[in-house]
Design a protein around this ligand. Structure first.
Ligand SMILES: Cc1cc2nc3c(=O)[nH]c(=O)nc-3n(C[C@H](O)[C@H](O)[C@H](O)COP(=O)(O)OP(=O)(O)OC[C@H]3O[C@@H](n4cnc5c(N)ncnc54)[C@H](O)[C@@H]3O)c2cc1C
Length: 455
């Protein structure tokens, strides 16, 4: 296998970069460990199965634990953290909430004007609809005024008569005008590199087939916040003193309430968000199905999920590390070392108290889903493991996304987001990935091209 650019991972981030480079006429190969889920490869499963309860079941079946059973010190782990191995990655099941980070949480590595333009492009690429006020949203926002200013949340989905069409990696990966070559069920197990240059990669097909070599002038790893440092570790690439470090995740508090007021718009769908002030919580009200056992007589048409996301301070000690044992595909097995400080614990307590104040304003918390902190990892937002930094000793990639110490290796995804934030991270990861795509296109002589947005 040969290409000008090889991208590892076909999730939202890999798909976005691949699409932008393919549209500029580059020969792009996308290597993906997983296969197709559902009838259409890379499609959001909500678009394939519109019944909300059935979708929740199929989503649960896609989420694979990151650390194998028994491989983790329970005091240091993120037991609920999971990943999706599929064409389209977690983009086949994500909720599509796509806010921008407030400027205080963006860091100083890019100019504000550049952030604004990257966010505009990322929103167009992911089809983020401008949030619209509905009667339900207006009434609930008014009710919630004692705990802050709520507004409709931006969603990567388009409304139509039967609900929402969720944006997914499929639109980008299989946009004919991008001409991408997507190779499913092929895991990249090792990068072969010398003198700061990746020469080729060993790629293992699912099943018993022999490993093959892939060659490309530029390599971009978009294998998720665990898969990317895992591949670096398997390849002994980069500095062990920085790889997988500064890990943060969003602490998640949750409740389900039966709203006092009747709700007109049917679930699923977003409702309202409250942006964090400084380092505070990102709060989200979301309409969705829930486990029927929790309902206990409540009206399913009135249930509202409250998700309160809190931040963690990035610290060098908190990390994901790999090996020495290997999994079936020959990749080193991960485990977490995440220690919560007193400040982290206090912040989690404040998060829960804030949720406890908000929930009764909306309605009656269901007995089986009172305001509570969910197990670590539940938010599925892992950040920082391949941190972007201005100096090699402080991170894994430079402000263009190029791996420190490498000439032709770039990394993208939520792992590069290195600061403290409580806001859902995917739009930001895609925005940063577009910057990396621009840098790669420019070095290959294909700088200027307008973004083409697939319909
Ligand atoms: C249920 C759920 C809901 C979510 N909702 C939201 C939300 O509303 N808003 C938000 O901002 N975020 C949300 N997220 C998080 C969001 O989905 C992720 O941040 C985003 O999808 C990450 O995209 P990615 O392309 O970086 O990684 P991934 O989607 O993880 O894709 C990485 C891909 O790389 C492949 N891969 C890994 N290793 C290799 C290898 N060695 N060789 C080949 N392929 C490999 C994997 O199989 C995978 O397909 C949610 C996540 C989940 C699970």
């Amino acid at each position: 296998m040969q290409a000008e650019v090889a991208i590892v991972g076909s999730g939202l981030v890999g798909a976005a970069i691949a699409h932008q480079l393919g549209r500029r006429g580059l020969d792009v190969l996308v290597l993906e460990a997983g296969g197709a889920r559902g009838r259409r490869a890379g499609e959001h499963l909500r678009n394939l199965d519109l019944d909300p309860a059935r979708f929740l079941e199929s989503r649960a079946s896609c989420l694979e634990p990151i650390v194998p059973r028994g491989g983790q010190d329970p005091k240091l782990g993120l037991p609920a953290a999971a990943r999706v191995r599929a064409i389209g990655g977690a983009g086949t099941v994500w909720s599509g909430i796509a806010p921008r980070l407030p400027s205080v949480q963006r860091g100083a590595l890019l100019a504000e004007s550049e952030w604004a333009s990257l966010y505009d492009r990322a929103e167009r690429l992911l089809g983020v609809a401008p949030p619209a006020w509905t009667d339900d949203a207006t009434a609930l926002a008014r009710t919630l005024e004692p705990v802050g200013a709520f507004r409709p949340a931006p969603l990567a989905a388009t409304a139509n008569a039967s609900g929402w069409i969720w944006r997914s990696p499929a639109r980008l990966l299989f946009d004919e005008s991008a001409g991408l070559r997507v190779v499913p069920e092929h895991s990249v197990v090792r990068l072969q590199h010398a003198d700061g240059r990746v020469r080729s990669a060993i790629v293992k097909p699912d099943g018993d087939g022999p490993a093959v070599h892939a060659e490309a002038g530029v390599w971009i790893l978009a294998a998720g916040p665990i898969g990317t440092p895992q591949l670096l570790a398997a390849s002994a690439a980069g500095d062990e003193a920085t790889r997988g470090r500064w890990l943060t995740e969003h602490v998640l508090a949750h409740a389900i309430v039966e709203s006092v007021a009747p709700l007109r718009r049917a679930a699923p769908g977003p409702f309202l968000e409250r942006m964090p002030a400084e380092d505070g919580a990102y709060a989200l009200l979301w309409r969705d199905a829930c486990d029927p056992r929790l309902l206990a007589g409540a009206d399913p048409a009135r249930t509202v999920h409250l998700f309160w996301y809190g931040s963690m301070e990035p610290r060098w000690e908190n990390r994901i590390l790999f090996g020495p044992s290997e999994d079936a595909s020959g990749s080193p097995v991960p485990r977490f070392e995440v220690r919560r400080t007193r400040e982290d614990e206090d912040a989690a307590t404040r998060l829960l108290e804030d949720l406890r104040r908000a929930a009764p304003l909306v309605g009656r918390p269901l007995r089986g889903a009172p305001p509570q902190l969910l197990p670590p990892g539940s938010a599925q937002h892992i950040l920082g493991t391949t941190r972007m930094a201005a100096a090699a000793r402080e991170g894994v990639v430079d402000p263009d996304g190029r791996a420190w110490g490498f000439e032709n290796l770039y990394l993208a995804g939520t792992g590069v987001i290195g600061g403290s934030t409580s806001v859902p991270p995917t739009l930001t990861a895609v925005a940063l990935a577009l910057h990396t795509a621009d840098v790669v296109a420019a070095r290959l002589g294909r700088g200027a091209a307008a973004d083409a947005i697939p319909g």
